[in-house]
Design a protein around this ligand. Structure first.
Ligand code: NAD
Ligand code: IPM
Ligand code: MN
Length: 370
């Protein structure tokens, strides 16, 4: 039995999580997928109600008692400094050591690509974003706040261990998936300390993988190349801040923020899965948010937990929804959030019928480290 902690969070996070969870429940019903889903009330509502964003012991509970965490999104205009989101989302990445932010950039249907003349074979790569250090660590301070002499410092932390492990993961992934190239993006022409460390770690790790080409691009040039010629990329590895920025760009290449999935992975512990998009407050509760990014996030989680057949069924159902234009209006479709979810679940029903006829579907060989 796989136990999943579900955090719908704020805004459209709630709307899209509902659909993704119903997809998981459908799999449980139709394919016997052994999933236990436990909802956690964490987010702006609870923070405002109780004054506490994260009850003590929550992460320890996740670490000890759960196989996966599914998060919708966090962010609410009533908490303008986003303190609750940092305490829940960023602290979860740090404290559960979710050092691999795995963000696939994969176009599922040519009609969704904003680039002229590019198809599904041109937009198909993965970004590994360092997820536990960089500019996100919150080290710094403000001096003489509110005066004309104010000074604000925000330090970027790059450790040999942190940089090396995300780079090493990228090469391991390339090797395991038969991919020929890893591209590392930094700003080492301007940032001569932290990003010099990235350069050296990259060259040293790359030497251990002679069959994989090691390419370097400065981050500014990389963003231009993502638009100009996305087919040149297979695996991109970069730091926390740059990875955040280029994966919104990557989402646009796939049809928009509503399409992009991600995993926050600790290969030796519990991992967390969330769509790339945020809480889009102006669309909250209106049945307009695209649930596909969240459904594909659930699909990534299924793959990670060792349910590859279920993951394949979900993906096929999503592709069918896009092909038949049974999508939300950000993709030019006529449906609402719930109706897209319903369509995907009906498709899963059809696929499950044809593929499981007479077979018992137990838990398949997992990709999850024991
Ligand atoms: P956002 O991703 O919430 O939305 C930006 C725009 O993208 C939206 O206005 C909408 O046009 C589109 N969009 C995003 N998701 C969509 C979906 N599922 N369907 C259709 N359209 C979609 O980014 P933002 O407006 O910069 O941030 C809003 C809040 O979310 C902020 O508080 C931000 O900090 C937070 N945020 C949270 C996460 C997270 O929890 N993982 C990620 C990003 C932003
Ligand atoms: C993301 C988000 C977060 C990030 C925010 C909400 C802190 O944009 O997951 O991409 O910057 O990591
Ligand atoms: Mn982001």
């Amino acid at each position: 039995m796989a136990r999943i902690a579900v955090i719908p969070g704020d805004g459209i996070g709630v709307d899209v999580t509902r659909e993704a969870i119903k997809v998981l429940e459908t799999l449980r019903e139709l394919m016997g997928t052994p999933l236990e889903l436990v909802e956690f009330d964490l987010g702006a509502e609870r923070t405002l109600r109780t004054g506490v964003s994260l009850p003590p012991g929550t992460f320890e509970d996740f670490r000890q008692n759960y196989d996966g965490i599914f998060l919708g999104a966090l962010g609410d205009p009533r908490i303008p400094d986003m303190s609750h989101a940092r305490e829940i989302l960023l602290e979860m990445r740090f404290q559960l050591d979710l050092y691999i932010n795995h963000r696939p950039v994969r176009l599922l249907d040519e009609s969704l690509c904003p680039l002229k003349g590019k198809g599904v074979s041109d937009v198909n790569f993965v970004v590994f974003r360092e997820n536990t250090e960089g500019l996100y660590v919150g080290i710094g301070g403000i001096f003489k706040k509110g005066t004309p002499d104010e000074v604000a410092l925000q330090e970027e932390v790059n450790t040999r261990k942190g940089v090396e492990r995300i780079i090493r993961h990228s090469f391991e992934y390339a090797r395991a998936h038969g991919l020929g190239k890893v591209t590392m993006a930094d700003k080492s022409n301007a940032l001569r300390y932290g990003h010099d460390l990235w350069q050296r770690a990259f060259q040293e790790v790359a030497a251990e993988y002679p069959e994989v080409e090691a390419e370097h691009l400065f981050i500014d040039a990389l963003t231009m190349q993502m638009i100009r010629k996305p087919e040149q990329f297979q695996v991109i590895v970069t730091n926390n801040m740059f990875g955040d920025i280029i994966t919104d760009l990557g989402a646009a290449l796939q049809g928009g923020l509503g399409m992009a999935a991600s995993g926050n992975i600790n290969p030796n512990g519990v991992s967390m899965f969330e769509p790339v998009h945020g809480s889009a407050p102006k669309y909250a509760g209106q049945n307009v948010a695209n649930p596909i990014g969240a459904v594909l996030t659930a699909q990534m989680m299924l793959q990670h937990l060792g349910f590859p057949r279920e993951a394949a069924v979900v993906e096929e159902a999503v592709v069918e929804a896009i092909r038949r234009r049974q999508v939300t209006r950000d993709l030019g479709g006529p449906l609402g959030t719930r109706e897209v979810g319903d369509f995907i679940r009906r498709e899963i029903g059809e696929l499950a019928k044809t593929m499981t006829h007479g077979n018992s579907l137990g838990r398949a060989t997992g990709t999850r480290p024991s």
